[in-house]
Structures are given as C-alpha cells and as structure tokens.
Design a protein around this ligand. Sequence first.
Ligand SMILES: NC(=O)c1ccc[n+]([C@@H]2O[C@H](COP(=O)([O-])OP(=O)(O)OC[C@H]3O[C@@H](n4cnc5c(N)ncnc54)[C@H](OP(=O)(O)O)[C@@H]3O)[C@@H](O)[C@H]2O)c1
Length: 243
Amino acid sequence: MANRVALVTGGSRGIGAAIAEQLAKDGFDIAFSYAKNSSAADKTANKIKEIGRKVLTIQANEATIEGNRKVISETIKHFGRLDALICNAGIYNTKTIDKVDIEDIENILNLNLRGVMIETHEAVLHMKAGGRIVLMGSAFAGRAPFSGISLYAATKASLRGFAQGVARDLGSKKITINVIEPGPIDTELNPADGEGANMLASYVAVGKYGHVQDIARAVSFLVHPDANYINGAAIPVDGGFLA
Ligand SMILES: NC(=O)c1ccc[n+]([C@@H]2O[C@H](COP(=O)([O-])OP(=O)(O)OC[C@H]3O[C@@H](n4cnc5c(N)ncnc54)[C@H](OP(=O)(O)O)[C@@H]3O)[C@@H](O)[C@H]2O)c1
C-alpha cells in the first residue's frame, strides 16, 4: 500500500477513526474529515503519526456541497492522489414519520446520501485503476425492527442502489465500490450502554454490540488489491442482525 492515500470522512471519532488508524497500519497515508470536534481530530491524527504515516485533517460540513468538494480538493492538493474513498460520515434520526420536519429530512439526506454522491463523483475524477470506494451503510437498510428509523434506513438503503449503479459505471476502470452494513457498533452515536441498547443487542444473533475494529477490518480487506472481484455489494458486518 506504499504511497497510497485514503480519505475517510468522519474519521475523527467512532467507526471512522478506527478505519483511519487501520488503513494507516495497512500503509496508507490518511486524509480524514470531521465536522466540529477538533480535539478528537487531533487525537486521531496523532495516532496516525505514531503509526508512521502522513495525515491531513480537514474540517468541513459535509451536509453542504462546498464541504463535499472541499474534502476531495484538499486531499488532492495535499497528497496529489486518492486511492481509497471511505464515505463514513453520517447522522441518525429517531423521529417517527409523523414527527419529522423538512429540516430533519434535508439534514439527513444532505449528509448521508447527497454528500456520498457528490464525493464519489468528485473522487473518481482523480482515481486510477485499483481505486476503491467503500460506503458506510447500515443493517437498517435491510430490516427495520422498531419505529423511528424511516429517514435513516431510507438513506442507508439508497446506498445499495447507488453502489450497484456506480459499480457498473466504473467496472471498466477497475475501480470498485461496495457498501459495508454494520449492525449496532459501540460509539458515541450508539453507545452500548445507552438507552435502548439492550433491546438493539437482542436483535443481533450473537446478542451483543460490535466493536469499531470489526468494521475497520472489513474496510481494510475491501481496499486491499485481493478484494478486486468484490464489487457493487452490500456486505453485512452485523453479528447476524440480518440473519
Ligand atoms: N454506530 C453504529 O451502531 C452504526 C451502525 C450502522 C451504521 N453506522 C454508520 O457508521 C458511520 C459512523 O458512525 P459512528 O457511530 O462512528 O458515528 P459518530 O461516533 O457519531 O462519529 C461521526 C463522525 O462523523 C463526523 N460528522 C458528523 N456530521 C458531519 C458533517 N456534517 N460533516 C462532516 N463530518 C461529520 C463527526 O465529526 P465530529 O467529531 O466533528 O462531530 C465524526 O467524525 C455513520 O455513517 C453511521 O450511520 C453506525
């Protein structure tokens, strides 16, 4: 992976930070974005430096078109190349459909779906053969076991169709795109000791939350050259949530 560059959106905390650190261990130089929390970003950047890789942190609101363009252009400006794009930044919404307002709908669409589309478009203009795109979906794309997840599930389910279409667009260029669909993973977004966590864990075949490393290892494999024949797929990493 020498000299290769990966961009991880929302790489300052949670699943994204674990991916950024894992890909640094795999030999990638890392650009990662974050929204506001600069102390978390500094902490993750220091870990990547300790691993011995170069790191660029990018503050951007990726619910905006400017923010989407910024993360790609700053990565290219700094490193001069982009080999792997990991679209991980995302938000959740717990309102039932009768309670949501237009702002809820716009916020979640703009980050979880529109941002992924714009960043993928901008990234592939710079990617060469062997390029990799991984989108962070959710097991809720395949199953909605309780109320209050319609907006979130819709954005994550849409990533499946997007990845299938882009796989067809980019197959001849030898660039792959896949979706990882995590089950409940212990992060600040979804703490394993949070309200409702026991109920959520009970839907998982192995009966517990996953760890951020479970997702990072799957991404690590998908960006490896050995994964060149996995394309347009939605891959559950969910402890059997969808079983
Ligand atoms: N945790 C789970 O159980 C779970 C399950 C399935 C799927 N997922 C998906 O996995 C992804 C990561 O989840 P997580 O649990 O690691 O989330 P998290 O702990 O809340 O971390 C979110 C990351 O995204 C960044 N971010 C949030 N809004 C942003 C914006 N508008 N622009 C740029 N960056 C933004 C945050 O930056 P700041 O630090 O600056 O806020 C942070 O780095 C999401 O797409 C989520 O939907 C999570």
